[in-house]
Design a protein around this ligand. Structure first.
Ligand code: M6R
Length: 612
């Protein structure tokens, strides 16, 4: 949440800051601002609304600067307006800073500072940091002492970038449980909250560790620990290219990302399925060891939103193919329920961004209990990637649309492969079945392409139903999580109320919602629960419900009782979730488009949720 950029160097300052903010805007998009050092003075421009609003404000200015910072906000403290937008200045105007995260004790600090005659223009916790820093600079013996003193007083998780007129050639930055990366260039350096954005400017970077302070200048970067010792820099190199941040022929990134899914799946297959169908995850040495697999007693999957839904599907696969008990919980629930971890548990942390605050907190708690942790993440070098014992990358490429699509399908594929790998090692899956499933897996990209050819048909269905006030999604067994995911996709981008249910649960309450005005989207491919699902559809029909069904091709029976049908190609029944999700994504997308929504940046949301 909130995007941070900082630049020290000779490029055109405004275009670096603004282009980075545009790329970072999926992290927060309710206001934005920049602060630049011009001849020893800090000048700030900020504006509520999308970055285009800020651009209008600074368009005609000629700004010459070698030190600057920029911020795109997702409001936590105070509404989205010009005053609450970052950067914030200290009372004496000498300090300007941007911030991602939350300062939990900001009210206490504000009270103390008010007693010292500080006043505040905004409602933010960020302005409190600016004034606290001013106060500490006035009291402390030197700048580093003031910096660490300020940090020691801040509770919460945050990353900060600070300009100070008394040191006009540098940016001071710091992070605690919130992402911040330093990009190293030729006579120029960057700071950024997202490696996927940083790689547009440089491929060399330093991961700022917890509680370290970095001083970033055009010619050098210095990093200090809490003892104020200068540390040796570990410069890393990104070994992947930026995926295009252009929408190309698509109106929204979400649609582009839906269409990228076959490619993402092919990438995963070629990365992880080796010669003779061996499944190998390069950064997961500990799970390759037969001993660990033998002793593994329980998986605990955790994640939020769409990642949690992927975990729900994963549970079905893991339990079926490995016979190992698999628990799953939403990270924000798991973290407060004093979970009784046991020896030989393995925790799977699922996260596209690799920085979701609740998921990270659970991971840390599990590690504190000496539990091995596997991160399944998209963003390499993210905090969850770094702090896990081993990671599996989802290789989805940068996902920009707030609604997660291509990373979901990637997570599903990885969980399927992981289940097969362990199932085979434990000799639960017979060799011929193992090879059969992998041959079926290899066909999935092509089958997803086939579903994408149905786009026009799905668009027509969306046109017919987009004005409905509510939708119900149902599925059973392995397809139940996709009912939840379909409902989430629709809610978040169209703002229509939608609810996902296990089909068998209908008669326990939700049937009361059935009427001709509330369409039911039924995920009903041919699988072991098909007949049970059929009964549920009959119950809906008997109550004059409208049914839009996702069926395996040639299913006459369901076709007859449905108002609309979307056909799915045939695959192994276990692999159906990789197919059934695609029409649901397209349906939500087109409903949102017909409603005129801002699909990629829905209201109130942000792509990375780095606050609790
Ligand atoms: O980056 P993560 O996978 O950890 O994010 C988790 C959720 O915030 C995310 O999936 C969210 O629910 C998406 N907006 C869903 O489309």
């Amino acid at each position: 949440m909130c995007g941070i950029i900082g630049y020290a160097g000779k490029r055109d300052m405004v275009s670096v800051l603004v282009s980075a903010l545009e790329r970072l805007s999926y992290r927060g998009y309710d206001s934005s601002g920049i602060a630049v050092m011009e001849q020893g003075e800090i000048n700030v421009w900020k504006k509520s609304g999308k970055i285009t609003e800020l651009k209008k404000k600074i368009d005609n200015l000629s700004i010459v600067s070698e030190i600057g910072i920029g911020h795109t906000r997702w409001a936590t403290h105070g509404i989205a307006n010009d005053i609450n937008a970052h950067p914030h200045k200290s009372q004496n105007g000498k300090i300007s800073l941007i911030h991602n995260g939350i300062i939990e004790n900001f009210l206490e600090l504000k009270k103390e500072l008010t007693k010292e005659n500080y006043f505040f223009k905004s409602e933010t916790d960020t302005e409190v940091i600016a004034n606290l820093y001013q106060e500490n600079l006035q009291q402390a013996t030197d700048k580093m002492a003031a910096t660490f003193q300020t940090i020691s007083l801040l509770e919460g998780s945050y990353s900060l970038a600070i300009l100070n007129e008394d040191n006009p050639d540098e940016i001071v930055c710091f992070r605690k449980e919130s992402p911040l990366i330093i990009g190293i260039g030729e006579e120029e350096n960057f700071i950024c909250s997202d490696i996927n954005v940083l790689i547009y400017y440089t491929k060399e970077y330093i991961e700022l560790e917890e509680n370290q302070v970095a001083i970033v200048k055009p010619q050098e970067v210095k990093i200090y620990n809490q003892q104020r010792e200068l540390l040796e820099k570990k410069i890393r190199k990104v070994d992947w290219d930026s995926t295009s941040s252009e929408k190309g022929k698509y109106d929204f990134f979400m649609l582009k990302e839906i269409h990228e899914q076959p490619l993402v799946l092919k990438r995963i297959i070629s990365r992880y399925i080796k010669d003779e169908n061996q499944i190998a995850f390069e950064k997961l040495n500990f799970i390759n060891e037969q001993e660990v697999i033998k002793n593994l007693k329980r998986f605990i999957i955790q994640g939020c939103g769409t990642s949690w839904h992927a975990g729900l599907v994963g549970k079905y696969w893991l339990e079926r193919f490995t016979h190992i008990l698999c628990e799953i919980d939403i990270s924000s629930e798991l973290r407060y329920r004093n979970y009784p971890y046991q020896r030989n548990d393995v925790i799977l942390a699922l996260s596209q961004s690799g920085e979701t605050a609740d998921t990270l907190a659970c991971l840390r708690e599990a590690k504190g209990a000496f539990i091995k942790c596997i991160g399944i993440v998209n963003v390499q070098g993210s905090v969850i990637d770094r702090e896990s014992d081993g990671s599996i990358y989802s290789y989805a490429g940068q996902e920009i649309g707030v609604a997660s699509t291509k990373n979901y399908i990637a997570q599903l594929m990885i969980l399927f492969l992981l289940s097969l790998k362990i199932g085979k090692a434990k000799k639960i899956i017979r060799d011929e079945n193992y090879h059969h499933y992998l041959e079926e897996v290899k066909k999935i990209p092509l089958l997803v392409e086939k579903i994408l050819l149905e786009e026009d048909k799905i668009k027509k269905i969306a046109k017919k139903y987009f004005e409905k006030k509510g939708f119900i999604f149902i599925g059973r067994g392995i397809n139940y999580p996709n009912a939840l995911e379909g409902a989430l996709k629709l809610k978040e981008i169209s703002y229509i109320h939608a609810t996902g249910y296990a089909a068998g649960e209908l008669k326990h309450g939700p049937l009361a919602l059935i009427d001709p005005e509330t369409p039911v989207i039924a995920i009903i491919p041919q699988d072991e629960l098909y007949k049970k699902n059929l009964n549920n559809l009959l119950e809906i029909k008997a109550r004059k419900g409208k049914i839009i069904s996702l069926i395996t091709a040639k299913d006459e029976e369901v076709s007859k009782m449905s108002d609309e049908v979307i056909h799915l190609p045939e695959t192994s029944e276990y692999l159906n979730p990789l197919l059934t999700i695609v029409p649901l994504q397209l349906l939500s997308y087109y409903i949102a488009v017909y409603l005129g929504r801002d699909v990629d940046q829905p209201k109130n949301l942000a792509k990375s949720v780095t606050v609790e």
